[in-house]
Design a protein around this ligand. Structure first.
Ligand SMILES: *Cc1c(COP(=O)(O)O)cnc(C)c1O
Length: 229
């Protein structure tokens, strides 16, 4: 079908799914995860009106963000201390923050360039060993720590569900939603307005994520792969 067509199809499906569950069609951001393609793949998606992209490698983030500065570039990958400067210079939103030491470094890097960096806190809701993220029990402490950093803006939470079973994925997404509500209830009024995003759902499970309240779906293969069924 080609990337442009696939992007258009997924975008239409996302809007349709929102309507089906009684949500506004623009209440969910479609994040095109372009980590498997190069600049020409990104360009094809832009031609189909994609304007928000996700990358999991800092070098790719830099390269693509600089090639396409009018789009919004999200960082969704593993954070390493020595890469934080690059990430902060290029990321509109960082989805994958879960360590205090990285929060402090992101805050410093943002302060250095006069930026307030928007972040999501990644939570390991499923408890799978292979998944990264703060545990649900430790989330409140991380939120408190980050709230003390003036150049960080906590925009919400992110999780990755185990693949292969939609009931398990749903349980994970509803768990993140519940943590989101609990966290919000304890925030001071000044921060509540910023705290509005739930980044959950990928190619295999985004419909379920929208049913459970996702505001950002991160979709790679369904847009960029030519053999995603
Ligand atoms: C690769 C990736 C995605 C997209 O996954 P697909 O299954 O290809 O849609 C979403 N989120 C993160 C964190 C990723 O690394």
């Amino acid at each position: 079908m080609g990337i442009a067509q696939q992007y258009k199809q997924v975008a239409a499906q996302v809007r349709h799914e929102c309507e089906r569950v009684g949500r506004a069609p623009d209440s969910v951001t479609l994040l095109a995860v372009s980590k498997t393609v190069g600049l020409s793949g990104v360009e094809q998606a832009i031609e189909a009106n994609a304007d928000q992209f996700g990358e999991n490698r800092p070098d790719q983030l830099v390269q693509k963000a600089q090639a396409f500065p009018n789009e919004k570039w999200h960082f969704i990958g593993n954070i390493q201390s020595r890469q934080i400067g690059k990430i902060v210079q290029n990321a509109y939103l960082i989805h994958s923050l879960y360590e205090k030491k990285h929060a402090a470094k992101i805050n410093d890097a943002a302060a250095n360039i006069g930026k307030v960096q928007s972040v999501l806190l990644e939570v390991n809701v499923s408890g799978e060993q292979s998944k990264s993220g703060v545990s649900p029990e430790e989330l409140a402490d991380l939120v408190r720590f980050c709230a003390g950093l003036p150049n960080l803006r906590i925009k919400g939470l992110m999780t990755m569900a185990p693949q292969g079973n939609l009931d398990v994925a749903r349980h994970c997404f509803s768990g993140l939603r519940e943590l989101f509500e609990n966290t919000k209830a304890k925030m001071d009024t000044q921060r509540i307005q910023d705290f509005c995003e739930l980044s959950m759902g990928m190619s295999e499970d985004w419909q379920v994520a929208i049913e459970e309240g996702s505001t950002i779906v991160r979709i790679g293969r369904a847009i960029f792969s030519d053999d995603f069924a």
